[in-house]
Design a protein around this ligand. Structure first.
Ligand SMILES: NC(=O)c1ccc[n+]([C@@H]2O[C@H](COP(=O)([O-])OP(=O)(O)OC[C@H]3O[C@@H](n4cnc5c(N)ncnc54)[C@H](OP(=O)(O)O)[C@@H]3O)[C@@H](O)[C@H]2O)c1
Length: 259
């Protein structure tokens, strides 16, 4: 299988690339930091895997389509494309937020991710097969005052992905939406607040690969956090926000947020 993974220079994306390569799939790792991509590719090749670096910036959404279409032709068609690249939010409440603060989060986590999916779907539709995967977040499921830029971008991505599936599934293209809870990565390393049920990147990657393999429409984990979210959604939002903020305070040096 040929798999393209965006955001593969670190964290969940790099772990996904290692997982697929270990079982013999050919992986293309995309991100901005060419040096980190080269390190990840070298590490996979040293373990006899097949990996290629694809330096790109998904924030340049206009350039993404021709670049991905050209790459797809060059490699002979991707079987799966995982839109995983993303950045953390500003961690600022609405009253302190300016558009300038949220612009980048929206441009990468929403616009860049959907530009990836839209470009990738074209050759898949032409072939009548393929698998699109969007790595969104559990943050998309619950509005919190401390995660409004990140959560809104992810909620938009989740909506878009779910709607895409309705159209693409009957045409042979599978679509999987991933909602992780907290995962250890560069993104969460800077957080100074409690991150309940946090998973290692390898554990998260294994859960994603398993879900993609079985053609799941949604992959949500860890179960304990998914259950906590389900409960929280039944409570008044104002109460949930207070609890989240109170829980975040003792260990927090910066503004807390949910990735
Ligand atoms: N960690 C969590 O707790 C958690 C929870 C839920 C969802 N997620 C989601 O999981 C995904 C992976 O995050 P992570 O936790 O693994 O964090 P990470 O280690 O910071 O990885 C983020 C990846 O995205 C890439 N990226 C960022 N902006 C990009 C751009 N403009 N163009 C191309 N690549 C870009 C980064 O590489 P470069 O900087 O080299 O470009 C990096 O490879 C993200 O979408 C994140 O929102 C994470």
């Amino acid at each position: 299988m040929k798999v393209l993974i965006t955001g593969a220079s670190s964290g969940i994306g790099a772990a996904l690339a290692r997982h697929y390569a270990r079982r013999g799939d050919h992986v293309w790792l995309a991100a901005r930091r060419a040096d980190r991509l080269a390190d990840e590719v070298a590490s996979i090749r040293s373990a006899d895997g097949t990996a290629h670096a694809v330096p790109l910036d998904i924030e340049d959404a206009e350039a993404l389509e021709p670049a991905l279409l050209e790459l797809d032709t060059k490699v002979g068609g991707f079987d799966a494309v995982i839109a995983n690249a993303g950045v953390g939010g500003k961690g600022t409440t609405a009253s302190r937020m300016r558009y300038h603060d949220v612009k980048k989060v929206l441009a990468i986590n929403f616009t860049g991710a959907i530009a990836t999916l839209l470009a990738a779907q074209q050759p898949m539709l032409a072939r009548g097969r393929g698998h699109l995967v969007a790595v969104s977040s559990l943050a998309a499921e619950l509005a919190l005052p401390i995660a409004l830029d990140y959560g809104a971008a992810k909620a938009g991505l989740s909506y878009f992905t779910e709607a895409m599936r309705l159209d693409l599934a009957p045409r042979g293209v599978q679509v999987t939406l991933v909602h992780p809870g907290f995962v250890k990565s560069e993104m969460t390393a800077k957080n100074r607040f409690p991150m309940p049920f946090i998973l290692d990147t390898d554990e998260a990657a294994a859960l994603i690969v398993r879900g993609v393999d079985r053609g799941a429409a949604r992959v949500r984990f860890p179960l304990a956090y998914v259950a906590a979210f389900a409960l929280a959604k039944r409570l008044p939002l104002s109460l949930v926000a207070k609890v989240a903020q109170a829980q975040a305070k003792p260990a927090s040096r910066g503004a807390p947020r949910l990735e």
